[in-house]
Design a protein around this ligand. Structure first.
Ligand SMILES: *Cc1c(COP(=O)(O)O)cnc(C)c1O
Length: 390
């Protein structure tokens, strides 16, 4: 592997090189087959080597690749309309990643503060959140461990305990322009927000005229069994961001705001050279089409419930402690802090998952899996837990 020589060590990278994928499976250079229960961190929801998406991308590649956002293109128009219809009914800004979508949301919130709240600029975020690795989104990410080598952070962020409404009330002041939360903290360990908590946050935002922003970068595009998790939790924020699963593996990010909030940005306020290009939008349009025509949201609900049942079997056998998450965004809390060892062992046995915390395994399988894949995965997990000891 040339990694050690030529790749900066920003990741604790695992010693495997993949060369192809098909559906829920990946193959490494040695021809070994793996069941992929991580989907490239919640990205390839419709599976590897998706034929329909490959064809849509090739067709667009041969027709028009790039013109910049000084001009309009049809794929961007079609995708924006669809995203608006399945979310907040407003308008869209296209970026190239989750962090960039959140960066746009942060700027939107600051401009809202300038226009409507006498220059208020503070954004309240939750401890253990994850919003990205650029400086502003890292400042929004309330995890001191990730920030410490890069201090000072850009100012204007205030951190509160997740799921604690009194902490929000205490943190809110005349400088607050927005509250930004995940409905389910993904990188933080699959921590699910309480329905009442989010409803109360929404109420507080409405009363104080501050924006309510939900980061759906990981929870969006069917991951929880709804287009966006806000439907699952019954809330309507002013804006959401999305990215990971939107183009089944190609880089895209989007900020979607409701009709009123969409008008905050004016020409010159924000931009992206590549954002919302024709090829990426063609991939995203096809992704959304397939989710609809193949009843993927229903499958996520059904398979998610079955996955719960199977994981519960491990708890009954005292092999694990608890299950967290919604739909196909799940985690299993172990009896010991040996998640890294179990992840390694699962990989050796042909199952990819992720140790999101020292005692927690995270699963973000493709949205297309069924009972067969769940059975296989849970069998491998059971074997690995037994081998690593309780
Ligand atoms: C992954 C993630 C991001 C960052 O997305 P990138 O595409 O890696 O920049 C932001 N927010 C949440 C909730 C995420 O899971």
């Amino acid at each position: 592997m040339l990694d050690n020589e030529f790749i900066m060590k920003t990741y604790g990278r695992l010693p495997v090189t993949f060369i192809k994928g098909s559906g829920a499976y990946l193959f490494d250079v040695n021809g070994k087959k793996y069941l992929d229960f991580l989907s490239g961190l919640g990205v390839t929801g419709l599976g590897h080597s998706n034929q329909g998406i490959a064809e849509a991308v090739c067709k667009q590649m041969n027709q028009l690749v790039h013109v910049s956002n000084l001009y309009s293109t049809e794929p961007q128009q079609i995708l924006a309309k669809k995203l608006s219809e399945i979310s907040l009914g407003g308008k869209v800004f296209f970026a190239n990643s989750g962090a960039e979508a959140n960066e746009a949301a942060i700027k939107l919130a600051r401009k809202h503060g300038k226009l409507k709240l006498n220059g208020a600029y503070e954004i309240i975020t939750a401890l253990n959140s994850f919003h990205g690795r650029t400086l502003a989104t890292l400042a929004a990410t309330a995890q001191p461990e990730k920030q410490k080598s890069f201090l000072p952070m850009p100012e204007g962020f205030k951190y509160v305990d997740f799921n604690d409404i009194s902490a929000i009330k205490k943190a809110l002041n005349k400088n607050t322009c927005a509250i930004m939360l995940e409905t389910i903290q993904g990188e933080g360990g699959i921590n699910v927000a309480d329905v009442e908590y989010l409803a109360e946050v929404k109420e507080i935002c409405t009363q104080n005229g501050v924006l309510f922003i939900i980061d759906e970068v990981q929870t969006g595009i069917g991951r929880t069994g709804e287009w966006f998790s806000i439907k699952h939790f019954g809330i309507k924020p002013n804006a959401i961001t999305t990215a990971k699963g939107l183009a089944n593996g190609l880089p895209i990010g989007a900020l979607i705001a409701d009709e009123n909030t969409s008008t905050i940005f004016e020409p010159g306020d924000h931009a992206s050279t590549f954002g919302g290009g024709p090829v990426i939008c063609a991939a995203a349009i096809k992704t959304l089409e397939q989710i609809e025509s193949n009843a993927i949201l229903e499958n996520v609900k059904k398979t998610g419930t079955y996955f719960d049942k199977k994981l519960n079997g491990l708890i009954e056998k005292k092999l694990a402690k608890s299950i967290k998450g919604v739909g196909l965004m799940k985690a299993l809390t172990l009896a010991k802090e040996n998640a890294a060892d179990i992840m390694q062992n699962c990989m050796e046995n042909g199952l990819l998952l992720n140790n999101v915390k020292s005692d927690t395994l995270r699963f973000l399988p493709p949205l297309i899996i069924g009972e067969q894949e769940v059975d296989l995965a849970v069998d491998i997990i059971e074997t690995s837990i037994k081998k690593e000891g309780l």
